[in-house]
Ligand binder design. Structure first.
Ligand SMILES: NC(=O)c1ccc[n+]([C@@H]2O[C@H](COP(=O)([O-])OP(=O)(O)OC[C@H]3O[C@@H](n4cnc5c(N)ncnc54)[C@H](O)[C@@H]3O)[C@@H](O)[C@H]2O)c1
Length: 323
């Protein structure tokens, strides 16, 4: 497509004028966005080709609502299902003041979906993809108005986890990123802006760096799956819930902070880094990981684990807000 065919960036609507969110794809992530918007009094228009999308979304909202209520993120005692309306993709796009695409993680499908969305959406409406790792430059390729397309990547469960990564593609207008950050803050999210595109963005890179070593330790029989789990749950996790990994490392240096950590530990850290594993997910290792997960999750159904996770997250967030 020639540059002349591209739409120029437009002035974006006032944030106070945003009333309706348009959600394209209402699986686990789309339903999470629906819960977030409905809780704060917005209307939601949704498109999903699955025949059972509406009853599944209603079920999700009924189960999710208690946690939103306990966290004080909504004043409605029950999910306002009358403010969630399913419609055809074009109708959703045309009626929305902000659009989130939450279709399956396939770049061609996302490009085709976004092309249909931009054709029907108001020309000043931002289009966010929830992609979990596709580069936004690749998602926006071939679109007529790529300036208004970016990635706003939430984390599971999206109605409870505050973090959203905001990533611009090559053609995204800087003002579109600013607008998305401001809207996400209004949604009581904690958006972070990435300064460049990178495979897997930022948070999944951090997460999978740790998971790679966890898989290596399972593979090498360093400790039982339960002990590998407890190392994070009782050791790293609580510290990381109150401060990030860089601050934690600085505190390890005592009064000298990070400078002292570096002067004391840099050679040791490099030795540990050099020894980290880089396992391949061979059929044998995959089998070991499946067996480890089976052992750790035995005794409860998936739904029970999800409910337990959400209950614990609510308790954690309530405790953190009192600190
Ligand atoms: N699950 C996660 O933890 C997670 C976290 C962050 C981001 N993401 C990303 O969010 C997106 C959605 O993931 P999910 O976990 O909700 O998947 P999901 O499978 O739960 O939901 C996808 C939904 O998209 C619908 N769909 C299929 N084709 C479609 C189309 N052409 N247009 C619109 N909808 C269509 C499906 O019917 C389904 O309801 C993916 O890009 C994924 O990478 C997932």
């Amino acid at each position: 497509m020639s540059a002349a065919a591209l739409d120029s960036p437009r002035e974006l609507p006032a944030l106070d004028a945003v009333r309706t969110a348009g959600l394209i794809g209402l699986g686990s992530v789309g339903s999470g966005w629906a819960a977030t918007y409905l809780a704060l009094g917005y209307d939601v228009l949704a498109y999903d080709p699955a025949v059972d999308a509406a009853p599944k979304a209603h079920d999700f909202l009924r189960h999710a609502w208690g946690a939103l209520d306990e966290l004080g993120l909504t004043r409605a005692r029950t999910p306002p299902l009358d403010r969630l309306r399913f419609a055809a993709l074009e109708e959703v796009a045309a009626g929305a003041d902000i659009i989130h695409e939450n279709a399956p993680e396939q770049v061609v499908l996302k490009r085709e979906t976004l092309a249909a969305v931009e054709g029907a959406a108001r020309p000043d409406v931002l289009i966010c993809s929830s992609s979990g790792g596709l580069p936004p430059s690749s998602i926006q390729r071939g679109l007529r108005s790529p300036w208004r397309v970016l990635v706003a990547h939430p984390f599971n469960p999206p109605h409870l986890i505050p973090l959203v990564e905001v990533i611009a593609g090559e053609a995204t207008a800087p003002a579109a990123v600013d607008w998305a950050m401001a809207l996400l803050r209004r949604l009581k999210k904690h958006p972070i802006r990435l300064d460049r595109e990178m495979t897997g963005y930022l948070t999944n890179r951090l997460q999978f760096a740790l998971l790679r070593e966890a898989a290596h330790c399972v593979s090498e029989g360093v400790a039982s799956p339960r002990s590998i789990e407890d190392a994070v749950k009782y050791g790293l996790g609580p510290r990381w819930a109150v401060m990030g990994s860089l601050t934690t490392l600085a505190l390890a240096g005592g009064p000298g902070g990070m400078s002292r950590t570096m002067s004391s530990f840099a050679p040791a850290i490099e030795t540990w880094w050099a020894d980290l594993g880089a396992p391949y997910l061979t059929p044998e290792l995959q089998q070991k990981l499946v067996a480890a997960a089976d052992e750790l999750t035995a005794g409860k159904s998936l739904d029970e684990w999800i409910a337990e996770r959400d209950r614990r997250l609510v308790r954690l967030f309530c405790a953190l807000s009192e600190v």
